[in-house]
Design a protein around this ligand. Sequence first.
Ligand code: NAI
Length: 462
Amino acid sequence: MASYDVIIIGAGPGGYVCAIRCAQLGLKTAVVEGRETLGGTCLNVGCIPSKALLHASHMLHEAEHNFAAMGLKGAAPKVDWTQMLAYKTDTIGQNTKGIEFLFKKNKIDWLKGWGSIPAAGQVKVGDEVHTAKHIIIASGSEPSSLPGVEVDEKVIVTSTGALDLPKVPKTMVVIGAGVIGLELGSVYARLGAKVTVIEYLDAVTPGMDGEVQKTFQRILKKQGLDFVMGAAVQKAEAQKTKAKVTYKLRKNDSEHSVEADVVLVATGRRPYTTGLGLDALGVQMTKRGQIAVDAHWQTNVTGIHAIGDCIEGPMLAHKAEDEGMAVAEVIAGRHGHVNYGVIPGVIYTHPEVANVGKTEEQLKEEGRAYKVGKFSFMGNGRAKANFAGDGFVKILADKATDRILGAHIIGPAAGDLIHEICVAMEFGASAEDLALTCHAHPTYSEAVREAALACGDGPIHS
Ligand code: NAI
């Protein structure tokens, strides 16, 4: 048994970042983690492994489609799936070991095992009960399936199983055209699988800017993904080596079915709080099963805080990290703040998709007067040279004040470009501020500047 200032439950991006900040602020800190390695879902079975497979499969796509035109002749590379998985595993290992090193450097204890909270101020791991002035729950989320869909992680898989398939399937059905479905769907499509995405709504990636949704779906179709839209999946049944998915079209209630070697269920995630003992403690939950917290990430039980996917808000690693740093500051008696209005979202397909702030649809609904500045990557010299002219930058600014209200990018390096706009928004910048900032030529970033110019007197290159 040991006493700490802070014990954090969960070593995902929320928990481990929080722990490092707590330690930096002079708090005696421990993290409870039951996985073999640190890093949570994101590093072990989420963001990082999927990015490795996205990168490898994108390289293949480039070799198959663009190399010859650049004068790079030769047979396209063949997929060695065992080696690709080894590369993915190695990428995970480098990252999880990196966190272990940071824990040692910052003198953070790793309490190995699954934690529970028998009482405020106590955390139980195995048979040991440790004490802490502050407990921070950063227990994350788990995939949520559908009724009638029995996940076996072999033929009917979640993102976890999809990152570890024994071979590249010939056919794959993806249930849900959200972030996971489209990222992993495009990995397998590029590796040669025939991918069919079945989505309940009429547009891909719910909540995203409508123009981006349409362009995104068009580009993915061009890449070979098939879409069945407005279709509610009723059930998925594993057969001997395949699975059968049954769905109903919402427009006429007609029932259809499709077979595939693998079915990926990507219909969202739900907070993971099992086994923590929150019921017995009387910790208040929201209607959606999240831990309810106040503006300082404090639950209704004094000394118990929560951050990340297990509380309200977008289920994003960087949102959890920001909350982790902010709650550490609050506990150390300083000011911790997260600006929920400026949290970027990125989809790591090719092209990438990124957004921050309001969508045009939201502004309309709020009755705000706004203007739109849009610029196509076709007018960007660097993008053209790199076969990356598909997509655009769209900036939304207040009609009267020119203040930037949101931005939506589909195109090369969108996930990096978005941060220029995030910083601008944090500083309350106008579109003109961006437009008057010198941007190096030739870069993709010039497309952001051109979109900002389009909010005023107009872009130069269109
Ligand atoms: P999601 O919420 O993004 O998308 C789920 C989709 O499934 C929706 O479009 C929904 O309409 C559809 N759906 C639900 N029930 C259905 C049914 N019966 N039939 C057909 N379609 C149905 O969820 P997803 O993709 O599973 O991701 C989970 C979470 O993980 C999200 O919050 C996401 O932000 C996060 N994530 C973020 C990543 C990133 O930032 N790049 C990468 C992976 C996950």
